[in-house]
Design a protein around this ligand. Structure first.
Ligand SMILES: [Zn+2]
Length: 357
């Protein structure tokens, strides 16, 4: 289509005005408007004019020392705008750094108030960042080749500390999401109150929590139908004393260091939750739990029933356990799906999605 010259000129002008209109709007500094007499009163050069400066002057907390910094702080309508400026500028935070502080959680901000100046520029955008662990993050970052995001998660999980140190007894042993590992233990006398007994691979009765029992039944029916093999539990809930005997025997034969890589110390076993199940295909020989094919099915389908593979190969450094492709853990369908789709360990999931920092 050929346009007449006057149409071209007309279109050109329309386009030019649109660019001019939005362009100036975009580049216009919102701080240009400031009462000139206010600046004169404090003898401040116009080049420092900003919305933040205006606010500081009008609210009577202007301090000449921070003139340069005020111009770098983006004004916002946070209720604690004044408090943040008056608390953190005297601690030595620069204007740009003050901007970061508005992105922190209330918890982190409170913790930061009690500390001297901290350099947080590598961390403030990371959602599970904990101000109190800053020194450990920096040290772990220097010792490893991880991203800052991974460093934060791994340190929160305590991977920078030796196993079984700084341990905590969980306060929610009945929760479907309870995390039991080498840093988090169950109370010695905890046992679930809703145990059901499933038919086991060795003709035994295997106790587990009702919700896991029902999910297992669903999984068993489906695996039979879709992949034509059977999965039976060998063990699920184990009490503290049982684990104590088990672990002591392993230590006697292999020593503590070795036993710790494949067996949990009493109180630190996920089996005590009643939500963990060890599986076996009864058609395989006695020393093989699952064939590779069996495991592939389980790995890609367990989440549909609310289970996760708790100790996969690529998460050994996080879980602290050698791969156990037969050990599944009930966490509920939604959580299991997120963990499966994002290739997370339970430790990472809890830290990224549950714990509030
Ligand atoms: Zn197990």
């Amino acid at each position: 289509m050929k346009l007449k010259p006057w149409v071209k000129i007309f279109l050109f002008f329309i386009l030019a005005s649109i660019i001019l209109f939005f362009g100036t709007k975009y580049f216009k500094k919102e701080n240009a408007q400031i009462d000139k007499s206010l600046l004169d009163k404090y003898n401040i050069s116009e080049k420092y004019a900003s919305k933040t400066l205006e606010y500081v002057l009008k609210n009577n907390f202007y301090d000449e020392k921070y003139l340069e910094e005020y111009s770098k702080i983006e004004f916002n309508d946070n209720a604690n705008f004044k408090e943040i400026l008056t608390t953190f500028l005297p601690k030595g935070y620069k204007g740009e750094e003050i901007n970061y502080l508005f992105k922190l959680s209330t918890n982190n901000l409170e913790k930061l108030k009690d500390k001297d100046y901290q350099d947080i520029h590598n961390y403030y955008q990371i959602k599970n960042f904990d101000v109190n662990a800053l020194d450990r993050y920096n040290e772990y970052y220097n010792q490893n080749e991880y991203s800052y995001e991974d460093v934060v998660t791994y340190v929160n999980i305590k991977l920078d500390l030796p196993v079984y140190t700084d341990t905590v007894e969980v306060t929610d042993p009945d929760s479907i999401l309870v995390l039991v590992n080498k840093y988090n233990s169950l109370p010695k006398n905890y046992s679930p109150s809703d145990l059901e007994y499933a038919k086991g691979a060795y003709g035994n009765n295997v106790p587990m929590r009702k919700i896991a029992y029902e999910a297992l039944e669903e999984l068993q029916k489906t695996v039979k139908k879709e992949a034509n093999f059977e999965l039976l539990p060998t063990t699920a809930y184990r009490d503290y004393n049982f684990q104590n005997t088990l672990y002591s025997n392993y230590v006697k034969s292999d020593g503590v260091a070795s036993a710790d890589t494949y067996s949990a110390r009493p109180g630190y076993s996920e089996h005590q939750t009643g939500l963990a199940i060890d599986l076996k295909n009864p058609a395989t020989s006695s020393n093989i739990r699952l064939t590779e094919e069996n495991y592939n099915w389980l790995k890609n389908n367990a989440y549909r029933f609310g289970f996760i593979i708790r100790f996969p190969k690529d998460k050994e450094f996080i879980t602290g356990y050698q791969e156990e492709n037969w050990h599944i853990r009930y966490v509920g369908k939604d959580v299991a799906k997120t963990i499966y789709e994002n290739n997370l360990s339970l430790e990472e999931y809890i830290d990224l999605y549950v714990t509030e920092y």
